[in-house]
Design a protein around this ligand. Sequence first.
Ligand SMILES: Cc1cc2nc3c(=O)[nH]c(=O)nc-3n(C[C@H](O)[C@H](O)[C@H](O)COP(=O)(O)OP(=O)(O)OC[C@H]3O[C@@H](n4cnc5c(N)ncnc54)[C@H](O)[C@@H]3O)c2cc1C
Length: 471
Amino acid sequence: MAMISPPVPLEADLPLDDLRAMLRGTVVTPQDPDYDADRAVYNAMIDRRPAAIVRCRDAADVVACVRFAVANDVELAVRGGGHNASGLGVADGALVINLQDMHSVTVDPASRTVRVDGGCVWADVDHATVGFGMATPSGFIASTGVGGLTLGGGIGYLTRRFGLTVDNLVSADIVLADGSLVVADETRHRDLFWAIRGGGGNFGVVTSFTFRCHPIGENGTVVGGPVFYDLADTPAVMRWYRELLPSLPEELSGWFGLVTVPPVEPFPEELHGRKACVIMWCYTGPHDRAEDVLAPVKEFGSPLIVGIQPMPFTALQSAFDGLYPAGLQWYWRADFFNEITDRAIDVHLEYGERLPTGHSTMHLYPIDGAASRVDEDATAFAYRGGGWAGVIVGVDPDPANAAAITEWSKAYWEDLHPESAGGAYVNFMMDEGADRVRASYRGNYARLARVKAVYDPTNVFHLNQNILPAA
Ligand SMILES: Cc1cc2nc3c(=O)[nH]c(=O)nc-3n(C[C@H](O)[C@H](O)[C@H](O)COP(=O)(O)OP(=O)(O)OC[C@H]3O[C@@H](n4cnc5c(N)ncnc54)[C@H](O)[C@@H]3O)c2cc1C
């Protein structure tokens, strides 16, 4: 099979004026003042120098870029929100399709759907839908890109009640490796539609997504926020949480974390810098039931802080924006977990005590409720057993701490991995190799490889958690 090898052409070797003539958007090269800003991604550990970056304005620009890259044998990177941990939206010597300028959102309140350009971040979408008292399931942080998060699956506050982001995808406009644009949905290109619901950016460039929306809370106001406990309480809190969660109504979800109390308002000064465990809750049901539903989560144990309160869903989604701005150093490791075992709890406590920096953290995100009622082969996303997606992230502003956060994450992962279900959520993985990608898709990998062979037989779209085309 002819595979595209990753050449590293000099920008001067590429006939970029031919490309410019086809575009409404702009081409940014190393000579341009915007080059350094445009090649930077969310994770500041990533420092790559593409040959050119195209700020696409519409689907026709994307088509022109794909055709140009294939014709000139230049590696193609696709950048949505630029949040990917391993910096998959940028590569040395590549042509980058930057979708950031394609960020319009159109809500149809009558059909409860939202049409979203491929370069949006979730803040764009939440703003538009919450204005109508609705949301589509996304993640836990609004600065993340819609493109990458959706194509990998999408795990967030609304997963228990309404499923993964991909479970709410109605259709997608996709530019394929041959430069054609197709619509994939339940009736058109059904195999492609199956594959993009979890299969990442392997199949083409999505220029537009349409999602189903759901009314949430009272006109988009939910009741949510953190409950912090002393780190020493971690074993008791985790044992209680693993039993409690399945018994809660699906309008309430909560993820578990190991954290350091941030040294900022509104956290009490005496707790600043204290290591803690936290559950971040979100209740999206009617407010007259909120007190009853939330009573058990407020009353358990001896919390340090109970920060649960009514707030617009947009505020909950943006709660971490200030703490985690773009430009920090990040190192990620991840796994899926079917259960939280007693041994896993011991490991969490040990590494929680050794959190290397104030930003470093571990989160367990539930994939249960509505998400686990979808068959594992109904979409490419293969882990729906009612467990958790776990992620260990070493984070710090200072590049001098890059080694410390990386070593802590790796050691934590090594100790915890035996308690896992095998693979990991592809959106939380670094460059971990083909076996880990296969493990993450489990029984769906072979079908993904067959769909890849139909839509991208030469692996043009390989800067992702790559699925090799079937022979
Ligand atoms: C701070 C932070 C919080 C996060 N929280 C969550 C969370 O709550 N839930 C969750 O599920 N995930 C979460 N993630 C993980 C996130 O889903 C991935 O990092 C995802 O890859 C980000 O998508 P992006 O578009 O921003 O990334 P990019 O780096 O732009 O792209 C990532 C990959 O997707 C491809 N891609 C992006 N857009 C398109 C498109 N339109 N068409 C085709 N391919 C495309 C790229 O080519 C690349 O391979 C979080 C990440 C960070 C950094």
